[in-house]
Ligand binder design. Structure first.
Ligand SMILES: [Zn+2]
Length: 356
């Protein structure tokens, strides 16, 4: 039975699984919960609903417990549809119930990369990704997002969908690089990454307006076999009207989308939307978000009007900053090790052993 105490020597990441809602459902064959004093305060089986009542937690519609609870299940605990991978801390805060998985660092790293890369990726590329994901997590535990959690289990930080279906190749990548992080002049690196750069990565300065010495644009010849090295998206007239309206330009028959400016790496910097005498220029990243990240896969793209519709033709997938994952895989297939891969995409940085 897993208890509430943490094994010594193991680092944990507190991952927000559910927030902004008054309640959460826990599932497990048996479920136990301990209060802040470490005493067992409730037991259940199968399915237990917890709700926040002000600053206290109601257990399965009956007993009112304290503000925080640590729950564990046997053989496992599920929160919503996710296998938590450890114990779960519940915190009632002004009628909102936060569910935070407290996951050991290495299984967390394995789970994150399992959602970022296909299992067929070369082990060295997966190892490089494990170091990147771990560095991000260690940085987050040093500067938590909230008093109750370090990271959000979604794209805001790193997607964490629980411990289901984490293939052994991902666990091996985490295990092989256990404790290794990436540093720049002693500081933890902001290890951002993306799927496919399309031939040239983007600098943090052009993408986000902040120069980071190890996040500058560089050539990448290794991602050409990515399925999204080139892509096309046909935007229908109706979808064009929706996007235009959502971005503040009432769409008429003369609706136009155009690239207004580009960054030095050729990515779209600003987009112009015009119709009926109204014209608006906006950040291309905002346009991409509104149109959908999975449709406009990157900003390295052209916009071509085609008979009342639009053809978007581009290269790569993602923001393009930092490590190119398909590029990492290409390098690994050419014989590069994970340290070579990291040194290329985060120039000037160094891997360091066990994190403090
Ligand atoms: Zn690339």
């Amino acid at each position: 039975m897993i208890g509430p105490s943490e094994a010594t020597g193991t680092r944990f990441v507190r991952v927000l699984l559910s927030g902004g809602k008054p309640g959460v459902v826990l599932e497990g064959e048996t479920i136990r919960a301990w209060g802040a004093d470490g005493k067992l305060s409730a037991e259940g089986a199968g399915r237990v609903t917890l709700t926040a009542v002000g600053e206290r937690i109601r257990w399965n519609g009956s007993r009112l417990l304290g503000r925080t609870l640590d729950a564990a299940g046997a053989p496992e605990l599920r929160v919503g549809d996710r296998k938590a991978g450890g114990r779960v801390r519940l915190v009632a805060r002004k009628g909102e119930l936060l569910a935070v998985a407290v996951v050991p660092l290495e299984p967390y790293v394995a789970a994150v990369i399992s959602r970022e890369a296909p299992p067929r990726f070369h082990p060295e590329a997966l190892a490089a990704m494990a170091v990147a994901a771990r560095t991000y997590a260690v940085g987050a535990t040093a500067k938590p997002r909230d008093t109750a959690y370090d990271v959000v289990g979604s794209v805001e930080d790193q997607v964490f969908e629980g411990m289901d279906g984490v293939a052994s190749v991902f666990r091996e990548a985490a295990e092989r690089t256990r404790g290794v992080v990436l540093r720049y002049r002693g500081e933890l690196v902001r290890t951002v990454y993306h799927s496919t750069c399309g031939g040239r990565t983007e600098s943090a300065e052009y993408a986000w307006g902040r120069d980071v010495p190890y996040l500058r644009a560089l050539r990448c010849d290794d991602c050409a076999d990515s399925p999204v090295y080139r892509w096309e998206y046909r935007m229908s007239a109706a979808e064009g009207r929706r996007v235009s309206g959502a971005l503040g330009v009432p769409p008429g028959k003369d609706l136009r989308f155009a690239v207004a400016s580009r960054t030095p790496t050729g990515r779209t910097n600003r987009v112009r939307i015009s119709s009926g005498g109204v014209s608006r220029e906006l950040k291309a990243a905002v346009f991409r978000k509104t149109a959908g990240y999975a449709k406009i896969r990157s900003l390295k793209m052209e916009i071509v009007p085609v008979g009342g519709e639009w053809r978007f033709a581009g290269e790569g997938y993602g923001h393009g900053v930092g490590m190119c994952q398909f590029g990492a895989n290409g390098m690994a297939r050419r014989g590069a090790g994970f340290r070579d891969i990291l040194a290329r995409y985060y120039p000037g940085t160094e891997t360091a052993g066990e994190a403090p």
